[in-house]
Ligand binder design. Structure first.
Ligand SMILES: [Zn+2]
Length: 500
C-alpha cells in the first residue's frame, strides 16, 4: 500500500452541560479555509499528539496508550476552545485559565509542566472513548484519530481561539446533521457518524452505537460522503505522486446513479468498487452511465472491467475529443458543453457539463447548481498539482477553464479527481490562477535574462521542486512558453527561445 503513514491524533466531542438527553447539543467547529488539511470543513476540535502528551498525570486510564491519547485530547480542547477538563484545580477562575492558556500558547510552559505547576491532573473517567478512525490513504496528510466524548465542565464556555478554526457553536446533533443533509456543510465520515449517533439520544447503548461501524475501530472507510448524493470512492491508481488514488464518484438519487472515472487498473480495487456499485443497485438504483472526465489512464483504466461486471448494457459517456482519442474504450454517448444530465429520483440531481480543456482537450467538469457542487476532474485536485503537458495540455485553455469555473455562482464544494473535497472553492480556484500567472511571470523573466530552453528555465524558476520533478516541470514550462509566444512576448527559432 502506498501513501503516507497516519499520525496519532485525538479529538473531542464536547457535550453541553445539562443538555437534553433526548436532543443533545454538541460543540462543533468550522476549520479555517486556509488549512491544507480539511480547510473549511465542519468538525470537532482536535489535532496531532505531541511528544509531551505522554508526560502528563492521567489517572484511571486502562493503559499507557489511552492515557497519552486522553492527554492530547485534553490539550487540544484547551488550546482550541479554552476548555480545561482537569482535577485538582477546580478553584481556577476564568482569568487564571486564560493566563494558563497564554502560558501554553506562548510556549512559556509546556502542557505537562503547566499541569504540574498548578497541581492539576487528568481523570480518564472524564473522557469516554468512542472510536478510532483512520484517514483514508488518498489524503496527503493522514491521522489515526481517537475520539472522546467529554462533558463540558460547569462554568466553562468554549470559544474558538486559534487561527486554525474559523467558527464554533453549540448546536443539537440533529440540527448539525440536518445542515449537512441540506448541503450547507462539508464533513468527513467520523463527524457525520458522531452526529447521527448522538442525535439518537444519550441512551445507555450510546457507546455501542458509536462502535456499530467497523470504521470506528480503525477500518478505513471506502465510501466517503463529504456531501449528500455524492459518494467519493477513492481507488488506488498508478497516478502522479503525491497522489496515490483517483476519486471515482458515485453521484446518485434514490433511483439512478452515474459512475464517474472508475480509474483503477488493479483487480482488488475494481472489485471493491464493483461491490459498492452492486450495493447501490440492490437499494433500487439503476446505473444511467459511466462518465469519463478525460482520457488519462488513471481515470479510465477500470471502465471496461466495470462494464463487463454490470452486464455491458450501460452507456459510456464522454466528450467527443475524448471519444476520438480512446482506442480501447467504446464511447456510446457524447457529452457537449452545456448538456444537462438529469438523474430522476428523490431528490433529483441535475448536472450541467462544462467543456473545460487545458489539462486535456476533451476535459469535462460537471456543475450541480442546486447544491453548489462542481465536479472538477483533473482541473482542480484535492491533493498534488495539475500537470499541463502540451500538446494535449494547453495553458491558455487551462487558464480560460479556471476563469470559467471561477465565474460559477454559489459554489460551496469542489469534487476533484484526486484527494479530498475542497470546501473553500473560490479560494482554491484563485490560488490555482495566481500560482500559474506567477510562474508565467518568472518564466518570462528567465527568458529575458537569457535562458533559452525549458531545462535552463526550470533550473532558474522551479527552485521549489525536487530534481526528480524536473522532467515534468519542463513540460509545464513548455506550456507556458507556448502561451507567451501566442501573447507575442517570446519567440522560438529551432527550439531556442528568446524575448520578443
Ligand atoms: Zn489527468
Amino acid at each position: 500500500m502506498t501513501g503516507v503513514v497516519p499520525k496519532d491524533a485525538a479529538a473531542v466531542i464536547l457535550l453541553r452541560q445539562n443538555t437534553d438527553p433526548q436532543n443533545p447539543e454538541i460543540y462543533w467547529v468550522k476549520r479555517s479555509d486556509k488549512l491544507a488539511f480539511l480547510g473549511g470543513y465542519h468538525a470537532f476540535p482536535g489535532g496531532q499528539i505531541d511528544a509531551g502528551d505522554a508526560e502528563v498525570d492521567v489517572r484511571n486510564a486502562p493503559d499507557a496508550v489511552t492515557a497519552v491519547m486522553i492527554s492530547g485530547a485534553a490539550r487540544e480542547l484547551f488550546e482550541e476552545l479554552g476548555v480545561l477538563v482537569t482535577h485538582g484545580g477546580e478553584a481556577l477562575t476564568k482569568g487564571q485559565r486564560a493566563s494558563l492558556l497564554d502560558d501554553l500558547e506562548s510556549g512559556r510552559m509546556s502542557w505537562p509542566a503547566l499541569l504540574k505547576h498548578y497541581e492539576l491532573y487528568l481523570d480518564a473517567n472524564d473522557f469516554t472513548y468512542v472510536g478510532r478512525w483512520v484517514t483514508p490513504p488518498f489524503n496527503s496528510r493522514r491521522f489515526d484519530t481517537w475520539f472522546f466524548l467529554v462533558n463540558c465542565p460547569p462554568k466553562q464556555e468554549p470559544h474558538v481561539i486559534v487561527g486554525e478554526l474559523q467558527e464554533g457553536e453549540w448546536i443539537t446533533a440533529s440540527d448539525a446533521y440536518g445542515r449537512w443533509l441540506r448541503d450547507e456543510v462539508v464533513a468527513v465520515p467520523p463527524t457525520l457518524h458522531a452526529l447521527r449517533t448522538i442525535a439518537a439520544g444519550l441512551t445507555p447503548d450510546l457507546v455501542d452505537r458509536f462502535f456499530s461501524l467497523n470504521n470506528a475501530r480503525g477500518e478505513i472507510a471506502r465510501r466517503i460522503t463529504f456531501r449528500p448524493n455524492y459518494i467519493c470512492f477513492p481507488v488506488r491508481t498508478p497516478t502522479r505522486p503525491p497522489a496515490t488514488h483517483t476519486c471515482c464518484y458515485l453521484i446518485h438519487t434514490s433511483k439512478e446513479m452515474l459512475i464517474v472515472d472508475p480509474g483503477s487498473p488493479h483487480e482488488d480495487e475494481q472489485q471493491a468498487l464493483a461491490e459498492c456499485v452492486d450495493d447501490m443497485i440492490a437499494e433500487g438504483r439503476r446505473v444511467r452511465a459511466i462518465v469519463i472526465t478525460h482520457l488519462h489512464p488513471d481515470h479510465i483504466a477500470g471502465v471496461n472491467v466495470l462494464l463487463a461486471h454490470l452486464g455491458g448494457n450501460i452507456p459510456v459517456a464522454a466528450h467527443a475529443d475524448t471519444a476520438a482519442a480512446l482506442t480501447d474504450i467504446q464511447v456510446d454517448e457524447l457529452i457537449a458543453d452545456g448538456d444537462v444530465i438529469a438523474l430522476d429520483g428523490d431528490p433529483p440531481v441535475n448536472l450541467k457539463a462544462l467543456h473545460t480543456p487545458g489539462h486535456a482537450r476533451g476535459h469535462l467538469c460537471f456543475h450541480d447548481a442546486d447544491r453548489g457542487a462542481l465536479l472538477t476532474g483533473d482541473n482542480i485536485v484535492g491533493v498534488g498539482s495539475v500537470l499541463i503537458d502540451p500538446p494535449e495540455g494547453n495553458m491558455r485553455e487551462y487558464l480560460n477553464s479556471l476563469a470559467r469555473m471561477r465565474a460559477l455562482p454559489n459554489l460551496s464544494v469542489l469534487f476533484g479527481g484526486h484527494g479530498p473535497a475542497v470546501a473553500a472553492p473560490y479560494r482554491k480556484i484563485d490560488e490555482y490562477i495566481s500560482h500559474r500567472l506567477e510562474r508565467e511571470q518568472h518564466i518570462l523573466q528567465a527568458v529575458r535574462e537569457g535562458a533559452t530552453d525549458p531545462k535552463q528555465i526550470v533550473a532558474k524558476v522551479y527552485t521549489d521542486v525536487s530534481p526528480k520533478a524536473y522532467a515534468m516541470a519542463e513540460r509545464a514550462v513548455l506550456a507556458h512558453l507556448d502561451k507567451l509566444r501566442e501573447d507575442g512576448l517570446v519567440l522560438v527559432d529551432n527550439e531556442i527561445w528568446a524575448p520578443a
